[in-house]
Design a protein around this ligand. Sequence first.
Ligand SMILES: [Zn+2]
Length: 211
Amino acid sequence: MTGILTSPLLSQLACVEHGFGTRDAVFSQTGMVSLRQIHSSLLRVADRDSGCAGEGDALITDRPGVRISVRTADCFPVLIADPNRRVVAAVHAGWRGTAARIVGHVVQRMIAEFGSKPAGIHAAIGPGIGACCYEVGAEVARQFGLDRAGTIDLAHFNREQLLAASVPETQIDTIGGCTFCDPARFHSYRRDGARAGRMISFIRVLDSVPV
Ligand SMILES: [Zn+2]
């Protein structure tokens, strides 16, 4: 499909399909499970095959065939898969979710509820606003250990949270690309304001594994 970025790491997993939509992607969230995103650390286990699963910023499922999805425009989409337990997660991580360690909470939930082991977990951090462009005020900067206004690298903090949850370094992929400074490829809320579009990222466990 056009306009969809994939992680070489997640693409190696035969039982998983995933994609990070760019502004050129032609698909919608119709037929996928979605959330009313509220910049929280609230997780939802997908209890349906499609449609809105309620408020929250991360979806987890082990239901084969069910696509779970998040929308972003500067915030980071993070897609997570455990091919051993056949469970996947889609996370919306902006500064609030990252400060609230949403990715770490998702890994803990995969372990507690689905029997995942950190050594089996694979994660890909999609495109979001890069450290090149993400200037924040002192109040936000303090949430990330800085003492004054400056730029922060949300991809870095999400990666650190995955490492802190014992996900192996070799099983964490960062797609790269900055949504703010690459208007040809990405929507950016900070750049385009209220008229900014959203990009859809999704992941699912396949019904039957291709041989
Ligand atoms: Zn940039």
